[in-house]
Design a protein around this ligand. Structure first.
Ligand code: FAD
Length: 476
């Protein structure tokens, strides 16, 4: 495949001469670092350059060079954007090597390129934890800007709720710190604005919590139980004690001969006595299905691995593909927030659709994520919108790197059809962490009534629209 075709040649040597990091261009086998594990929909052309910054001054120099040459670019921390916004650009400003992690007096300072799994392990050695998501390879940069939900979220809140201070390189190349006392408008905006393009975050200071052991809970049933479980789950999981964080997943293996199943998974937190209470409550709402539940008590170090996805739902070491990714598969994801439960008819339609017309080499997953708990804390101090939702549903189809266009199309169509079965109950808002380029009014979906204020902040900090991709904020 041809590299992004900006016909004119760029002489990268002046930038190479001043960077601590590297500029990787076509012909250099390290360009494989530009690959991601899954692309959304279409193959991604290799960039004209992957600039690997190692420090804040590197980021400033890179920005200056790209502006001088009027080169379009993306900003990438962990590269896990579902819409490929960080990777589909002629130049990628890559922050993977800005990945330091330190922790002192319960406060963590991390680089945006630090991966959630590495942060969790590093903090665990200090007996601390920060709530993150369930994928160990997501970067702290992207995660802290979109929100960041996960197994500790109903107790402690989002990853972005823990951010105390951000170091940011602005569009004009200047550097600011954003906190409650410094550039408070930018601080408000960044924590929840996701891919909005307000500046490049080069360091994050985060509050942490004492790391405790926890109880992992897992149950697996045939898909025939899915409708009943969805009905029960949506009434109980979003209203459960904040120390109970249980997701429900419908899973269709990539071999249509293999049966689909439904899985309840997550954590029970707190003292032994409190966990015993949570177990009783759970057994009551599950009724006869409770006999298939399995529980594991994890010591703190294992807990730190489980909450970030380094252990799988049954607490075995999770399978993780080797980095760098040599081949790129395809993942189609769409999601919505819901303020109210789904009707029995929608649940029935959703389960039917889940099994319909399965294909060889196509994996499907429907994920039901409980909201409430600490996510619902009234909070005017950040731009994150989705405080009042009850739950989120994510529909995902995954196919391999050698899939045909027809199989990809089929996966995409299934995601659309699955989403359609429940759409009438959705609240119109979408998690900015599940960026979706096929939304008609994506800014409204991500930011709702925060949009106007965010646009004014964009105008103030990036009046020339230097940071732009398909979903950055438009100037007012
Ligand atoms: C497999 C998988 C599992 C996931 N699981 C969860 C989960 O459990 N919980 C959850 O909340 N989310 C989850 N997500 C979503 C994830 O949090 C978002 O996609 C997030 O944006 C990824 O961060 P990143 O740094 O890896 O991404 P990147 O692709 O590097 O960045 C995404 C976008 O954020 C912006 N950005 C990134 N870094 C910076 C920076 N330093 N400065 C300014 N802007 C920046 C850019 O606009 C960029 O396009 C998951 C995603 C995937 C693919």
């Amino acid at each position: 495949m041809e590299a992004h075709g900006r016909a004119r040649e760029v002489d990268w040597s002046p930038l190479r001469g001043v960077l601590q990091g590297t500029v990787i261009t076509p012909g250099d086998e390290r360009l494989v670092l530009a690959n991601k594990q899954f692309a959304a929909g279409q193959p991604i052309a290799p960039p004209q350059a992957l600039v690997r910054c190692r420090s804040t001054p590197d980021v400033r120099r890179t920005l200056e060079f790209l502006r001088e040459h009027a080169l379009p670019f993306s900003v990438r921390s962990g590269g896990h954007c579902f819409a490929d916004l960080s990777t589909r650009a002629p130049v990628i400003v890559d922050l993977a090597e800005l990945n330091h992690v330190t922790c002192r007096d319960g406060v963590a300072v991390v680089g945006p390129g630090a991966l959630s799994g590495d942060v969790s392990r590093s903090l665990a050695t200090e007996g601390r934890v920060v709530p993150t998501g369930g994928c160990p390879r997501v970067g702290m940069g992207g995660l802290s800007l979109v929100g960041g939900f996960g197994f500790l979220g109903r107790r402690h809140g989002l990853t972005s709720d823990q951010v105390e201070r951000l170091r940011v390189v602005l569009a004009d190349g200047s550097e600011v710190h954003a906190s409650r006392d410094e550039a408070p408008d930018l601080f408000w905006a960044l924590r929840g604005s996701g891919t909005a393009g307000l500046g490049i975050v080069t360091e994050l200071t985060l509050r942490t919590f004492p790391l405790e052991g926890l109880t992992v809970c897992n149950g697996r049933w045939p898909l025939t139980e899915a409708a009943a479980l969805m009905a029960l789950w949506q009434h109980h999981a979003p209203e459960a004690d904040p120390d109970v964080n249980l997701e429900l997943g419908l899973v269709a293996p990539d071999d249509p001969e293999a049966p689909c199943h439904v899985e309840l998974f997550g954590v029970l937190l707190g003292s032994d006595a409190r966990v015993a209470g949570h177990r009783e409550t759970l057994a009551r709402w599950l009724g006869p299905l409770a006999k298939d539940l399995r529980l594991w008590n994890l010591a703190p170090a294992e807990a730190a691995d489980y909450v970030v996805g380094l252990l799988d739902h049954e607490v075995s070491p999770a399978w993780l593909p080797s980095l760098p990714y040599r081949h790129t598969g395809y993942q189609f994801t769409r999601s919505n927030f819901f303020d109210a439960p789904l009707s029995p008819e929608s649940i029935r339609a959703c389960v039917e659709q889940f099994e319909a017309d399965r294909r060889y080499a196509q994996f499907r997953e429907l994920e039901l994520i409980p909201w409430g708990g600490a996510y619902a804390r009234p909070d005017a101090s950040s731009s994150f919108l989705h405080r009042g939702a009850r739950m989120m549903l994510r529909h995902t189809a995954t196919v391999g790197s050698r899939s045909t266009e027809a199989l990809r199309e089929h996966g995409r169509a299934w995601v659309d059809a699955s989403r359609e079965t429940v759409l009438r109950h959705a609240n119109g808002h979408v998690y900015q962490g599940y960026a979706d380029t096929r939304l008609d009014r994506f800014h409204h979906a991500y930011y709702g009534d925060r949009l106007g204020r965010l646009q004014r902040i964009k105008q103030k900090y990036d009046p020339e629209n230097v940071f732009r991709n398909a979903q950055t904020l438009a100037l007012p």
